[in-house]
Structures are given as C-alpha cells and as structure tokens.
Design a protein around this ligand. Sequence first.
Ligand SMILES: [Zn+2]
Length: 229
Amino acid sequence: MKILAIGAHPDDIEIFMYGFLSVCLKRGDNIYTMIATDGSAGNVLKTKNLKLIREKESLKGLSKLSKPEFLGFPDGKLSLSSEISEIIKSKLKIFKPDLIVTHSKEDYHPDHRALSENVFNAAGFQFPILYCDTLMGVNFLPDYFIDITKYFENKKNAILMHKSQNPKKFVEAIKLQNSFRACQCNYELGNYVEAYKFENRFPFSDISSLIPHNIKIKSYYKNQKKSLI
Ligand SMILES: [Zn+2]
C-alpha cells in the first residue's frame, strides 16, 4: 500500500503520525510525506534562515520513514483556498495513495484545520482520509487505536531533531497523550498508543481493511491486578 502523510508544519508528522507510519512501514507499505508550510512562523529561538533550518530538521526527523516533499506555503497563513486544494490534488494524482493521513478538522491550530479542509476537497471521492489525533485529544473521538510502543523511542528521537522548536516540551506532551490513549485500551504504563479517526464519506464508509490492527484486547476483569484503573 501507499500511505501519504501530510502535515501542516515541519514537525507535525513526527508529533502526531510517526508511530502509525512506522507500523505501516513495518508491514511493508511505502510511506510518502508532504509538509504544507515552510515553518517560518515558528521562530522560537529567533534564528535566521529558519525555513532552511526547519527543512533540514524535517529531513533528519523523517529519515527512517521517507524523504518529505515541501510545499512551501507561508507558515501561519494557510486558508481554505481552491488554489491550495488544486496543488494538493495535483500531488495526489502523482502519488495515487491508498490512504491519506492528515490533521483533523477539529484541530486547535488554524493551519492544521485549513490543511485538513484543503486535503478533504482535494481527495474528493478518490482517496480515503484518516485523521490524526489533536493535541491532547481535544474534540477528538477516535475510531482506531494503534500500538506504537515499539516505535516510541524512534518517535521521541524524531521529534527531538526539531531543535529550533524547543522539542522537549512536545516530547513530554506526546508522551502523556500516547500514554493516555494506551490507558484507554487498558494497557499498562510504559505503553504508547496513537489514535485516529476516518473521514466517513462515499465510497469510503469502511476503511478498516487499510488500517493496521495491532491492539490486543486486555479485558479489565482478567487484568485487574495489572490494570491502571
Ligand atoms: Zn503544526
């Protein structure tokens, strides 16, 4: 299968989608990645040539998964536009992905929401879409849970490649969030899970055959001594 992940900013794929993509790579999928904006607004350290620095950080962050394509839209200014949708549509015609992974329409960040809407319009009824979790899971009710425990160390190191963004705070946040999602599946502390939901529209009312299924059911009653709750 061909999986195409599209993130709004240079570190989003690492923060929100890295584990899922690692599981897909392991099952033999081809992984493609695109980054919509140039990251020039995330100037935490007041650095010159931030765009270039962030491209290099992305290349390092995603080196185990794929070489990202940079669309170069200005950071902080993404909007719902037919021009952006058409550019994404032209890329989809080239990649022909079996599944697109991107941000949720309910995301907290305006660039993430705008990208999500543009991808939705570009995908039409040709390509199914899977939405990644929002930061801290706000307004996000998942359909699928993916055990990423084996890949969490790689995910952490990938996020840490984004040195210009004070990445430790994102590592701490995502550690909590992926632990919480694991806890929802009754996994013990020290396990990590990413959560996803799909865009339910014709003709993709069931895309479960495209999603890796690696969650082991841990019944609460059988697992009471080990259970966190
Ligand atoms: Zn972002």
